[in-house]
Structure formats: structure tokens, C-alpha cells
Write a protein that binds this ligand. Structure first.
Ligand code: AR6
Length: 195
């Protein structure tokens, strides 16, 4: 495990399974249907139970009018059988298909953090979005993920009395040791200049 402080808030890196995390919300690397899939999406739906799929179906129909969710536009549901009370579903870019994957990945993290902060949550955990089925390079993605989290925590600390003040821990949960090592190296490089 690795923890660093940024503007009085904590960024944590852990190797593990995101479905076991005891945080206010976990983020799901979803797809445009919002109806589940493989990878971390499948694991989250299995752990949360069938009520999660029911809520996702309801949101697709009643909120989105049957449309797909847009890349980087997060949707929040309950956590059901998870320890986490909420799941934030966000679609990351598909590398080598989507134009501007760097902008889209940054936006996926930023908008998810904003949604968590606006909901008054104190802790949120992310998987490594887009680095499985969506084919993005882990080192590249780690730079975008971690710099976006650092930027978000720095800017939210400047907005006094904002709801974002309650968000005090952002955790990255890396499934493999290899991914953890890449994220840890990226984070060490990133904070060298600032801390
Ligand atoms: N906890 C934490 N991380 C996990 C877990 C877990 N339980 N399981 C897998 N990972 P992916 P994507 C890691 O493919 O690339 C789905 O089918 C995994 O090792 O889950 O954004 C969706 O429905 C990898 O590092 O997400 C979409 O169709 C990371 O999670 C598509 O895949 C992301 O891999 C989304 O692709």
C-alpha cells in the first residue's frame, strides 16, 4: 500500500479487489449499455447482486430514454450487497478507436470525482479504467488517472466551504501486482515536484 497527502487529502494505492473496498463509492469501468460485462464490471455486478442490474436497467429506460450512456459521463447507483453504499458507473475510452482517449480518460476520472464530491461522499475507489478490455496502456493510463486525481484535490481545496471539502480519500485499487507497481512508480514521479 502507498499513501500520499495532497492538499490535506489522501491518495491511496492498493493492490486488491475493488468489490471488497470499504469506501463510500466504488467506480465501475462500465460500457455504454450500463448492463454489465466482463472484467471489473462483471465482478461488481456479481458482488452487488441482481438489484444493481435492475437499477441500471431502470436508469437506461427512465433517465436516458433508452439511449446509451456517453463516454466519461458517470451515473451513480446504490451498492446493494457491496460494502460501498454507491457505485459510480463510468465508461472510459476505447484506445485505438476513440479519438482523444487522453481527454476522455481525464474526463472520466474528473467527472466521477465531481459526482462523488457533489454527493457529499468522503471516500471513493477507482479501478484502472480502460486498461483491460478497452486496451489502453497501463503506464499511459496511470499518468492520466493520477494527475487528474491530484489536480482535482488541489482545485477542490481552493474552493472554500464547497461540498468537495468532504472528499478526503481517493483510492486506486489495482488488480495485479504489475499494475500496482506501475501506478506506484507514476505517483512517486508525480509528487516529486510538488511535495
Ligand atoms: N477489482 C479491481 N480491478 C479489477 C477487478 C476487480 N475485481 N477485475 C478486473 N480488474 P476492464 P475496461 C481490473 O476490462 O478496460 C467490461 O466488459 C483489470 O485487471 O474491467 O475499462 C465492461 O463492460 C484492469 O486493470 O475495464 C466494458 O465493456 C481494469 O480492472 C469493458 O470491460 C480494467 O479492466 C471496459 O473495459
Amino acid at each position: 500500500m502507498m499513501q500520499v497527502r495532497v492538499s490535506g487529502k489522501t491518495i491511496t494505492l492498493v493492490q486488491g479487489d475493488i468489490t471488497h473496498q470499504d469506501v463510500d463509492a466504488i467506480v465501475n469501468a462500465a460500457n455504454k449499455t450500463l448492463l454489465g460485462g466482463g472484467g471489473v464490471d462483471g465482478a461488481i455486478h456479481r458482488a452487488a447482486g441482481p438489484e444493481l442490474l435492475q437499477e441500471c436497467k431502470r436508469i437506461r429506460q427512465e433517465v436516458l430514454g433508452g439511449a446509451y450512456v456517453e463516454t466519461a459521463q458517470p451515473v451513480m447507483t446504490g451498492g446493494y450487497r457491496l460494502k460501498a453504499r454507491h457505485v459510480i458507473h463510468v465508461v472510459g475510452p476505447i484506445c485505438r478507436i476513440d479519438p482523444h482517449p487522453d481527454r476522455l480518460l481525464r474526463l472520466a476520472y474528473w467527472n466521477s470525482l465531481q459526482l462523488a464530491a457533489n454527493a457529499g461522499l468522503q471516500s471513493v475507489a477507482f479501478p484502472s479504467i480502460s486498461t483491460g478490455a478497452f486496451g489502453c496502456d497501463v503506464r499511459w493510463a496511470s499518468g492520466i488517472a493520477l494527475s487528474t486525481i491530484v489536480d482535482f484535490l488541489n482545485q477542490s481545496s481552493k474552493q472554500e466551504l464547497s461540498a468537495t471539502d468532504r472528499l478526503n480519500e481517493v483510492r486506486m485499487v489495482l488488480f495485479t501486482r504489475a499494475d500496482y507497481d506501475v501506478y506506484a512508480e507514476t505517483l512517486r514521479e508525480l509528487i516529486k515536484g510538488t511535495n
